[in-house]
Design a protein around this ligand. Structure first.
Ligand SMILES: C[S@@+](CC[C@H](N)C(=O)[O-])C[C@H]1O[C@@H](n2cnc3c(N)ncnc32)[C@H](O)[C@@H]1O
Length: 204
């Protein structure tokens, strides 16, 4: 597999080195819940859930949540978090490139899992996300804007890999997805120098 593998991610959890982790749920999820972009009760998956802050928020809001991560450390933290809050979610140790839901989902909350995958896997991952959703289902994306100067010389660096909006458009084409009009919110990250581009696509 090109790029980071499960051992790479598990090492981050073993070392407690989780620079992407805000220590709380993303403020953008609160926005999408408040304005009804994501509304319960509906089935939502959280691929690459990390330590599970957003899984907890979605479960608390009344969603039927499936959390996925292939690092055992992420799964353990998410399970502990949900148990401590006495909330329920289906939490699976699974590769997002392999997993399939038992029935189509209403929504996917994709917070920086795409940027965790080497770009070689993006086309397959985008097709997989589409296959999870029912027609009309929503893909809430937080795409890491991690452009580095070395990109001008053709270097591919990551994770996080830079998820440019043009790449997003190529992966989630206008033929298969309804796109909102820009501009989109850029959600700053408190401990990284980058921001996440926030947009919600609707599966046609
Ligand atoms: C940058 S972290 C983001 C975690 C969380 N979404 C957040 O924003 O706090 C990426 C997560 O995706 C997981 N991951 C990466 N590749 C994966 C794959 N192929 N299948 C499942 N999980 C994966 C990693 O283990 C890690 O927990």
């Amino acid at each position: 597999m090109t790029g980071p593998d499960v051992a790479f991610w598990q090492q981050r959890f073993d070392d407690g080195q989780l620079p992407w982790d805000r220590g709380r749920s993303s403020p953008q999820l609160a926005v999408w819940l408040a304005d009804g972009t994501l509304s319960p009760p509906s089935r939502v998956a959280v691929p690459g859930c990390g330590s599970g802050h957003e899984v907890e928020t979605l479960a608390r809001a009344g969603f039927v949540v499936t959390a996925l991560d292939y690092a055992p450390g992420a799964v353990a933290l998410t399970r502990e978090r949900l148990a401590a809050a006495a909330l329920r979610a289906d939490i699976h140790q699974a590769d997002v490139l392999q997993w399939q839901p038992p029935q189509p989902l209403d929504a996917v909350y994709e917070q920086t899992c795409l940027c965790a995958l080497h770009p070689d896997h993006w086309t397959a991952y985008a097709a997989t996300l589409r296959s999870w959703l029912r027609p009309g289902g929503r893909l809430a994306l937080l795409a890491m804007q991690a452009r580095r100067d070395s990109a001008a010389e053709g270097q591919i660096e990551g994770p996080p890999y830079h998820v440019d909006v043009n790449a997003l458009r190529a992966l989630f084409t206008g033929t298969h997805w309804d796109w909102p009009k820009p501009p989109y919110a850029a959600v700053p990250h408190p401990s990284l120098d980058w921001a996440e581009l926030a947009l919600v696509l609707t599966r046609r």
